[in-house]
Design a protein around this ligand. Sequence first.
Ligand SMILES: *Cc1c(COP(=O)(O)O)cnc(C)c1O
Length: 402
Amino acid sequence: MTKGNVFQGIQTTAIHAGEGPDPATGASAPPLHMSSTFVTDDVAGFSAHDLTPDSPYLYARWTNPNVASLEAKIAALQGTEACLCTASGMAAATAIFLTFLSAGDHVIVSDVSYAGVAELARDTLPRLGIDVSTVNLSDLAAVADAIRPNTRLIHSESPVNPILRLTDLAAISRLAHDNGALHSCDATFASPLGMDTVALGIDLVMHSITKYIGGHGDAVGGAVAGRAELISKIRLEAAIHHGGILSPFNAWLIGRGMATLPLRMKAHAAGAQAVAEWLEAHPNVVRVMYPGLPSHPQAELAQAQMSNMSGMISFQVGDAAAGAAIAQDMIEKLRVIHYAVSLGHHRSLIFWMETAGLMGSSFRLTAAQEENYRSYAGDGIFRLSVGLEDAEDLIADLDRVL
Ligand SMILES: *Cc1c(COP(=O)(O)O)cnc(C)c1O
């Protein structure tokens, strides 16, 4: 098995890293290993503490050949030493929090983030004695103010779900490191190809691999990538002890999807740029958020920090009633785009996200934070994940309902 990024280009890396012809059969495509246990000639050593990166396969919760292959592929594309795959993106976020935070510690998370992560941080972590501050991470002075002597982790997300606000990740890394904390970043929206997270100083980068990495909407999974020393800590806690591992079959499916990630990300970005420009020119559209548009409030940061603008667009059409009526129309009239949650698939997906509902359930923002949110989203936005269909077909579909 090829470990690490030994290839010149990202397309070769996406295809060949972490895999090779099967030594037993010569199979060119990776075989699927569903075995939960592995025959060993080692008489002892059942404790997870005995695990080293060179340990032979022992039991599938430690690791499995298909999962190990996917982990090597993700680490190679992300440019990190190591990676751990998990049962879902939420399991990846939980893995980071529960490995690096203990009772009495303090964590700073983005005031706006993926709803599941927002709720995990607000509801679960305080119950475990972990102090949580929710801060607008695009406001560096606010982040600096929020840091305390017991701050162990800053968890960012960029671009942020669902408003596509960006975070200056290099600046957050510096703030974290100057204060003895780690910086973890949820880069699901950007994919591993959207940002050089190592150069940005990020210690741990997580992805919902349900999204762009898998890319086909047929398998749920998560990943955390970073330095080997940090990832082996997470493997011990999150995989071996908490047990939220990725199944071999999902690893096999997601690895197959990942081989075309560089090609897909180019097509997602090109499609999204065309759709975003069309939306911006539409008389019924109030505001479009897409990092590739010059109108994005952080367009300069996007150009500096992102090498691929990805396929996520949010747009406002008016007040909550107008949005809800259009959403109902979408359910009835869209022929190409699916009205569904999730993102990063080859099929385009759209979903209406009303501001008042999100404020009550997931975000619970202060007045100033909510004002910032509303400056992007108004009373609500449509979150559109531009798939790999022809942009003309997506535009024709949106034209039916806007
Ligand atoms: C989907 C998503 C998650 C959660 O991932 P699951 O695979 O659904 O558990 C976390 N963060 C972001 C940004 C996401 O889009």
